[in-house]
Design a protein around this ligand. Structure first.
Ligand code: NOJ
Length: 498
């Protein structure tokens, strides 16, 4: 009995110390307890996840409409976004929730095919345009700033036909769309996000077959997508600055996502290399002094490509012209943060040849010491958030960061204490970073409402508000976390007694 106990205690000690001890799933409070006076709080959603009305009033199909209709078995609960929270029909309910929360801004996305059903601008759909005009006008009339994402994964089928992000044609196709958005809404929208989470788009849809368009060409398709997507973003920014900025005076950015990494062997080189792959691939071309992909990726992937007998690198440099278009092409960095990973360098080559996994070559594991959400990938690691913001401060010239997503999933309980705990610790991470000189100006909680989760359907709840999915009126009910967030906004601090 005693020997067993001693064995267990030693075992626990060893396992606690065999992983990085730089965080312990909680976070220390440091410095001022108040967010700066001009700091902005908001909430976020995206079109496909809340709007419903998938073919209402002339809307065209997107790749997510097609995908969920053709492969319902690939969504955990077999559902789709056909009706979701019905925000297309019931925006006034969302508006009431936003007002009750007291948010400064609302981040939502425009469904490309609602206003251009084929994706091309000669297919204008006035009803779709009216809808977004109504949303924007009502927000402004209530003192809520619209923060608009142009593209949150719902590529028009009519554009995907020609390859989407795997064809350079996407540059002019997207620019035409973006120009119309600036013309239609830019008099009132002052914060634009071109693209949401390129990592998910390119790795999920072009590198693997996790998401549409299911290209499944890792190590080639994903890099092709990243390259074209960066060009789309850079060109859109330049279009705004040259044709619209003088009159409209808005900001344009992009929302990147990354899981922060902790090295299991406390190896800083591994952390830097891993972040160059997972984050620098997108951040370096836009936000670094020299632009283009991180040198280490160009070198390593170039070398592997030569070894594979290729004439060209699977990740070619962006070249002088595009490097200069993309470098500096953002007024802020949008950051979606949810969780962090442990990494360990692999002694054996990993994954298929070629593949992103093989190029990256780390074993990634979740931190099972920390609380786990309903989503299998989501563990609460607030220290990773603080460290990521400091990494951005140090590597990307302390660029302005707006947190464009951060949130927690559960099974839908209105008494959502774990969500509140997640928000407390993650808001504290942001506050610590600000107190340490990070230029973070906004925080946006994901999400206003329970919504359709890409891949999981409606079983993972991220909302501050619950939605009655069995009622045609889709009534919204505030959870305990909605009251908590309201207090955060009112006091500009974290109500620990809540
Ligand atoms: C990030 C995505 O932008 C959003 O669409 C999704 O719902 C959340 N992650 C949670 O999975």
């Amino acid at each position: 009995m005693w020997s067993l106990l001693i064995f267990v205690i030693i075992g626990l000690f060893v396992s606690q110390n065999s992983v990085d001890a730089t965080h312990n799933c909680t976070i220390l409070t440091k410095g001022s307890p108040y967010f700066p006076k001009n700091f902005k709080f908001g909430v976020a959603t995206s079109a496909y996840q809340i709007e419903g009305g998938w073919n209402a009033d002339g809307k065209g199909p997107s790749i997510w409409d097609d995908y969920t209709h053709h492969y319902p078995e690939r969504i955990t609960d077999g559902t789709n976004g056909d009706s979701a929270a019905e925000s297309y029909r019931l925006f006034d309910l969302d508006l009431k929730a936003l007002k009750d929360l007291g948010v400064h801004h609302y981040r939502f996305s425009i469904a490309w095919t609602r206003i251009f059903p084929t994706g091309y601008i000669n297919s204008k759909n006035q009803k779709g345009i009216d809808y977004y005009n109504d949303v924007i006008d009502k927000l402004l009339a209530n003192g809520i700033e619209p923060m608009v994402t142009m593209y949150h994964w719902d590529m028009p089928v009519g554009i995907q036909k020609f390859g989407g992000f795997s064809n350079t044609l996407i540059i002019e196709q997207f620019l035409d769309y973006a120009e119309e958005l600036f013309k239609l809404f830019g008099d009132r929208v002052k914060t634009w996000i071109t693209i949401n989470e390129p990592n998910e788009i390119c790795k999920g849809g072009y590198g693997t077959a996790r998401s549409p368009p299911l290209l499944n060409a890792s190590g080639v398709g994903d890099y092709m997508c990243f390259t074209n997507l960066l060009k789309v973003h850079g060109a859109t920014y330049r279009l705004y600055r040259s044709k619209f900025f003088e009159k409209q005076r808005g900001q344009v950015g992009i929302s990147l996502n990354v899981d922060y990494v902790f090295s299991q062997t406390n190896n800083t080189n591994d952390v830097n290399r891993a972040l160059d792959y997972e984050f620098g691939l997108l951040a370096h071309p836009i936000y670094s002094k020299f632009g283009d992909f991180p040198p280490i990726l160009l070198k390593e992937i170039g070398k592997s490509s030569r070894n594979e007998g290729r004439k060209r690198s699977r990740l070619p440099s962006l070249g002088t012209y595009w490097t200069s278009v993309i470098k500096g092409s953002a007024d802020f960095m949008g950051m979606n943060y949810y969780t962090s990973m442990f990494i360990n360098s692999s002694t054996e080559p990993r994954g298929e040849n070629p593949s992103y996994e093989r190029d990256y070559n780390y074993v990634s594991t979740v931190d099972t010491r920390c609380p786990k959400a309903k989503s299998f990938w989501l563990y609460a690691v607030p220290q990773g958030f603080e460290d990521l913001l400091k990494y951005i401060r140090d590597h990307y010239d302390n660029v302005e960061v707006k947190i464009t997503e951060n949130g927690w999933s559960d099974s839908g309980d209105l008494d959502d204490n774990m969500r509140i705990k997640y928000y407390k610790t993650h808001l504290q991470a942001v506050l610590n970073a600000i107190n340490d000189g990070c230029n973070v100006t906004a925080y946006t909680a994901w999400s206003l409402l329970d919504n359709f989760q890409f891949h999981a359907g409606f079983i993972e709840h991220f909302g501050l508000y619950a939605v009655n999915m069995t009622s045609p009126n889709r009534e919204r009910t505030p959870k305990k976390s909605a009251h908590f967030y309201n207090k955060v906004i009112k006091t500009r601090s974290i109500p620990y007694d809540f």
